[in-house]
Design a protein around this ligand. Structure first.
Ligand code: ATP
Ligand code: MG
Length: 330
């Protein structure tokens, strides 16, 4: 079986963008692949977090993944900071990553602009920690949204660089992107991607959001002055984004959607989109409620996941240390 690895930050509550771009795929893939999914709490430290909020969001992130349908019988689910091999390999990879490469990363540029009061070194080296996450597990495929393409490319470059400098050590992973939903845009600024850490809460929909609020946010979504449901990313970014959401939830093509809403205005289209979102999220919300109160069960899973991940990660880390010349007593 091929190995899959992917992670998500507890930097906020999961959004519809996270779900359509990544999580929905994870749930399907766990049946056919050897899957490892991770709550990457160390990545979340690259922007300032309130400790008690981070702690709660990390727990809730773990539970949200279970609620989405990640099955701990099928997939390995764990929290990044429990496995110190991630930061150890990240340091090593930092020493093989060029400043110039990190400088080109658009996520760094975007986040540095947004958090101009806290442009820390971790924000800059985020991609080598992400590379460490992936490479530790000898990953074949990384299911992520479009926004992570550049980081996946860098991970591949680092794997190749290391393998060529020493000898084959890391599997060179490939990105796995969904056909629709790979880049869901903000409902308020449809030229920007939807992000769970956006300060404008009207820009995103959370998986755990109240149905009435979901409908309200979609009704408020920015569109254009026409009243024609037509896919045109350039000139009709808002409507195209809603079509993308609707398409990935209903599996209808853009053409089918255009026909379905021909001569019908945006108002009715938005209601249809809102209803599709609410319907999809309803079972997730129910499961979240059930699971999150069972703390003993969740914490047992957190610990079991960490132990399994640790065993796998240290295998790769030991190999790496040996190859680069770190002294190890046998
Ligand atoms: P943050 O704003 O803190 O970076 P985020 O919403 O970007 O949060 P991440 O934890 O960085 O979420 O990414 C988790 C996964 O969700 C990644 O696979 C990423 O590619 C995917 N993803 C994030 N935003 C979107 C989006 N707007 N559309 C599709 N996929 C997305
Ligand atoms: Mg992100």
């Amino acid at each position: 079986k091929k190995r899959i690895f992917s992670g998500i930050q507890p930097s906020g509550y999961f959004t519809l963008g996270n779900y359509l771009g990544a999580l929905k795929n994870w749930v399907t893939l766990q049946n056919d692949y050897d899957c490892i999914f991770c709550v990457v709490d160390l990545h979340a430290l690259t922007v300032r977090q309130e400790p008690k909020h981070l702690r709660k969001r990390t727990y809730d992130s773990f539970v949200q993944l279970l609620a989405c349908g990640i099955d701990p019988q099928k997939a390995l689910l764990f929290i990044q900071s429990y496995v110190s091999a991630h930061t150890e390999l990240a340091w090593i990879l930092d020493c093989y990553t060029y400043m110039g490469e990190l400088n080109r990363m658009t996520q760094f540029k975007d986040k540095a602009e947004k958090h101009s009061d806290n442009i820390n070194a971790g924000l800059f080296t985020y991609p080598s920690l992400m590379a460490a996450d992936i490479l530790l597990y000898q990953t074949d495929l990384v299911p992520v949204g479009d926004d992570q393409k550049q980081h996946i490319e860098l991970t591949r470059d680092l794997a190749n660089r290391f393998n060529n400098t020493y000898s084959p050590t890391f599997m060179v992973p490939e990105g796995y992107y969904p056909k629709t939903g790979a880049r869901i845009m903000s409902l308020q600024e449809p030229e920007k991607k939807m992000s769970k850490s956006d300060e404008n809460e009207n820009g995103f929909i959370m998986l755990l959001e109240e149905p009435s609020m979901i409908m309200k946010k979609i009704k408020r979504a920015v569109t254009d002055s026409e009243n024609e449901v037509r896919y045109d990313r350039e000139n009709k970014a808002g409507i195209s984004n809603l079509m993308e959401i609707y398409s990935s939830l209903t599996e209808k093509s853009f053409e089918e959607i255009e026909n379905e809403f021909k001569g019908i205005g945006y108002g009715e289209f938005k209601i249809a989109v809102g209803e599709a979102v609410i319907k999809e999220l309803d079972p997730i919300q129910k499961r979240f409620k059930e699971l999150s109160s069972d703390k003993a069960y969740v914490e047992k899973l957190i610990q079991e996941g960490a132990q399994k991940a640790e065993a796998l990660a240290y295998k790769t880390l030991r190999k790496v240390k040996k190859k680069i010349g770190l002294y190890q007593v046998k």
